[in-house]
Design a protein around this ligand. Structure first.
Ligand code: NAD
Ligand code: IPM
Ligand code: MN
Length: 357
């Protein structure tokens, strides 16, 4: 199994190093894994001037899966847009057609108290956000900053979805719901935006193909509120690129920390890119404070969705669970008075637990 490893910037390399410890445990058991590390984001800009060098893209396209850390940082925020780290990630998603982004938000029982919400609101929570990842206002043309007729600058972007783009990710939402509680909530802003009126129409049109799934629709502002009011009402949420970005960061706090949420970004050929939903966290980079569990849980998703080893995915998730049960906490998930471990100590603890199971 060939894995392209793209550490990126900020805490990216720190948490990817912990994920590699997990892969090394499995390799020591005889599982054949070839890891090829390549630059992306700001690290690639520094080396080549391009946040997604052609050699990195080729490596990803030829791999069975891509393990991605995080990209970005204040140092790069003033570069021309095409040279910014974020463009590297967006181009990679687009080039590989990774349109289905799965972002599961599950509350581990041991972390119920780590959430900023009351225990009775979050305990037992298990939701899956299916975020469309290659369309929407992220990629729509025209876009830019121009001078208008009154001589002032105006910024503009285009929110656009074709029906085929909506249909393929909606099928993902329905199929995921079929494997879970069979409830799908499609989130849009159809009361204002034509683009999302089409979203609602297309999702509604394909619903008859999934008679066992209960489909509901919700406006995104209400969805943001409902996620903190009563999050367990949701099973699977399917939504567009921008709304999914925002709602998944919100959902992560239900689980205790954004450092807990993994993701899988999949194309129709079964290729996948696996990354935490959070960013490069420049405020804590280089300090050994980052929680590597989102990255490690992304490795579990990689075994499940691209490498067809659900057994290994479950072992990794079980190892994470057992570490949390032992009370091992990075700063972001620790309660007052609880001891805190570093990024590296957390990775070591999961590796040890994995060896034992
Ligand atoms: P962020 O997700 O990097 O950080 C938000 C907050 O969460 C920060 O306080 C950070 O310290 C904390 N945090 C994030 N991950 C954590 C972890 N694993 N453990 C503990 N705490 C963690 O978002 P931001 O600060 O808005 O963005 C920083 C940079 O990251 C920007 O350049 C942005 O473009 C980029 N970004 C990249 C990705 C990606 O690579 N997929 C995702 C989001 C943001
Ligand atoms: C994410 C990030 C990215 C996004 C940025 C870095 C381009 O926020 O993966 O959630 O907006 O998709
Ligand atoms: Mn995001």
């Amino acid at each position: 199994m060939k894995i392209a490893v793209l550490p990126g910037d900020g805490i990216g390399p720190e948490i990817v190093a912990e994920a590699i410890k997990i892969l090394e445990v499995l390799r020591a058991e005889g599982i054949s894994l070839e890891l090829d590390v390549a630059p992306v984001g700001g690290a690639a800009v520094d080396q080549t001037g391009d946040p997604l060098p052609p050699s990195t893209l080729t490596l990803c396209e030829q791999a069975d899966a891509v393990l991605f850390g995080a990209i970005g940082g204040p140092r790069y925020d003033t570069l021309p847009r095409e040279q910014r780290p974020e463009r590297g990630l967006l181009r990679l998603r687009k080039a590989m057609d990774l349109f289905a982004n799965l972002r599961p938000a599950q509350v581990f029982p041991e972390l119920v108290a780590a959430s900023t919400l009351r225990p009775e609101v979050v305990s037992g929570l298990d939701i899956l956000i299916v975020r469309e990842l290659t369309g929407d206002i992220y990629f729509g043309e025209p876009r830019g900053i121009r001078t208008n007729g009154a001589g002032e600058r105006e910024g503009f972007n285009t929110m656009v979805y074709s029906e085929s783009e909506i249909r393929r990710v909606a099928h993902w939402g329905f199929q995921a719901a079929m494997r879970r509680q069979r409830r799908l909530c499609s989130v849009d802003k159809m009361n204002v935006l034509e683009c999302t009126q089409l979203w609602r129409d297309v999702v509604t049109e394909i619903a008859p193909e999934y008679p066992e799934v209960t489909l509901s629709h919700m406006l995104v502002d209400n969805a943001a509120m409902q996620l903190v009011r009563h999050p367990r009402q949701f099973d699977v949420i399917v939504t567009g690129n921008l709304f999914g970005d925002i709602l998944s960061d919100e959902a992560s706090m239900l689980t205790g920390s954004i450092g807990m949420l993994p993701s899988a970004s999949l194309n129709a050929r079964g290729q996948g890119l696996y990354e935490p939903i959070h960013g490069s966290a420049p405020d804590i980079a280089g300090q050994g404070k980052a929680n590597p569990l989102a990255q490690i849980l992304s490795v579990a998703m990689m075994f499940r969705y691209s490498l067809h080893r659900s057994d290994l995915a479950e072992r990794i998730e079980e190892a994470v669970r057992s570490v949390l049960a032992q009370g091992i906490r990075t700063a972001d998930i620790a309660q007052a008075g609880e001891g805190i471990v570093s990024t590296g100590q957390m990775g070591d603890a999961v590796a040890t637990a994995l060896r034992a199971h």
